[in-house]
Design a protein around this ligand. Structure first.
Ligand SMILES: Cc1cc2nc3c(=O)[nH]c(=O)nc-3n(C[C@H](O)[C@H](O)[C@H](O)COP(=O)(O)OP(=O)(O)OC[C@H]3O[C@@H](n4cnc5c(N)ncnc54)[C@H](O)[C@@H]3O)c2cc1C
Length: 405
């Protein structure tokens, strides 16, 4: 696989804790620059949950620069538009054209992809670029000196130049950098699942990124795998999350009950669903720091966010590029390079955490007067593309591959 023009010395050994989308993006970004990369994933078998993911232009710019655009495009689905709908009538409240309009404005596509497909593509490309990926290895803690950092795994230790904590919401590496800081339950739960498109009449779900907005809840549905599967995310407010894990198998019966009386297209989709998973949705206030000498956090370990702007994985992918670029630019000065990465990334990630939180209020407005006001706001935005652009450009217009080589 071709290398990126700016090369890191082969002597640099990059250790990555966590083999999710963030960890594998970082593995690929560093390996393509010629670094020696070792990923340690605690699960015995690497993979991703059966659910979809939206990839906007800002993420696609990075994936393209990392050389996996063609594979992503082949596995993905390009929606016509992002459509906010009334929860009962299904009537569009706000339509933002995507298919050609997103590329025309942001120079990349907006795609839907199965998470397992994205994970596999990143995994294969990282291996192809020379990264070593070790499953069944749990990161416990690290120690560091002036010359190296040592990752202590459950079975052994390994030393390198830089350690990246890409170990998700409950990051061990974050705990060591900052002490125990529990993520906050946001008062929202999400069911996720996939339904074969052929289980419903053709076109039953419009080929858009659809979000139905109801009181205290919303329902998202879109196609993945070239249109063969329909992914859904059903979010509802709930006071408590009492489970120990943050996701688990969900009861389809409870899901159907929670969305009874919504648009008949949702009822039909859930009628065809035989398996779903349930998530508690957590986030954190922006962390005081992401780095400690030769250690840095990335992705959900640094900035978990509500999924209401569909940007969590996109931010992890952007992080990976900027981190590899900062380390390349400041060769031999790992702590300075990581501090530079934090300075570049934190304002943007914090801003998108906040926008995602605000969307929860907009999506879940309960009172009749609040919903009338929202309808009016969305009707105005529908007629004024400049208003929509002002909001979305902040997210989609950024191309980190141009800002940092
Ligand atoms: C309902 C929902 C919908 C979403 N939709 C979108 C979307 O459309 N678009 C988008 O961009 N984002 C979306 N997101 C967000 C996105 O899923 C996450 O932001 C992204 O997966 C984070 O990736 P990550 O690699 O940082 O963390 P994770 O995916 O959590 O990966 C962390 C990895 O580290 C491993 N690990 C954990 N601890 C250790 C340890 N101690 N040692 C070794 N390995 C360890 C884990 O097993 C895991 O493989 C959504 C999230 C949710 C909940």
């Amino acid at each position: 696989m071709a290398q990126i023009g700016f090369v890191i010395s082969k002597q640099q050994h990059i250790l990555i804790a966590g083999g999710g989308i963030g960890g594998l993006s970082a593995a690929l970004a560093f390996a393509k620059r010629g670094a020696r990369v070792s990923v340690f994933e605690k699960r015995a078998v690497l993979g991703e949950v059966g659910a979809g993911l939206q990839l906007s232009a800002n993420a696609m710019h990075v994936l393209s620069a990392l050389g996996v655009e063609a594979e992503i495009r082949a596995a993905g689905f390009a929606p016509n538009a992002a459509v906010l709908r009334d929860y009962q009538s299904g009537k569009p409240l706000l339509t933002t054209p995507l298919k050609h309009a997103h590329r025309a404005r942001y120079r990349q596509d907006y795609l839907h992809i199965h998470r397992a497909d994205l994970h596999r593509i990143l995994f294969e490309a990282a291996i192809d670029a020379g990264a070593k990926i070790h499953s069944g290895n749990q990161a416990m803690r690290y120690t560091q000196s002036d010359n190296q950092i040592t990752l202590h795994l459950d079975q052994h230790t390994v030393s390198g130049d830089i350690l990246i904590g890409a170990d998700g919401l409950h990051s061990q590496i974050q705990t060591q950098i900052l002490g125990v800081q529990k993520p906050q339950f946001t008062g929202q739960i999400a069911w996720r699942g996939l339904v074969p498109a052929k289980a419903l009449p053709t076109g039953a779900i419009p080929p858009d990124a659809n979000a139905w907005l109801g009181p205290g809840a919303h329902f998202v549905a879109y196609y993945v795998r070239g249109g063969d599967m329909i992914n859904f995310v059903a979010v509802r407010e709930q006071k408590q999350w009492t489970k120990e894990s943050w996701h688990e198998a969900g009861e389809v019966k409870n899901l159907r009950n929670a969305f009874a009386g919504w648009d008949p297209r949702i009822t039909a989709l859930l009628g065809a669903c035989d398996q779903c998973y349930l998530w508690g949705l957590f986030d954190r206030k922006p962390l005081p720091k992401w780095t400690d000498g030769r250690a840095a956090l990335l992705g959900d370990a640094a900035h978990p966010m509500l999924p209401f702007m569909a940007q969590g994985a996109a931010m992890a992918i952007e992080d990976a590029w900027v981190l590899a670029a900062s380390v390349t630019a400041q060769a031999g000065m790992p702590a300075a390079a990581l501090a530079d990465y934090e300075t570049r990334r934190k304002p943007r990630a914090s801003k998108i955490q906040a926008i995602s939180r605000d969307n929860a209020k907009l999506f879940h407005t309960r009172s009749a007067s609040g919903r009338r006001f929202r309808q009016l706001k969305l009707a105005i935005a529908n007629k004024a593309p400049a208003l929509r652009h002002a909001r979305l450009d902040r997210i989609y217009k950024t191309n980190v591959t141009q800002n940092s080589k």
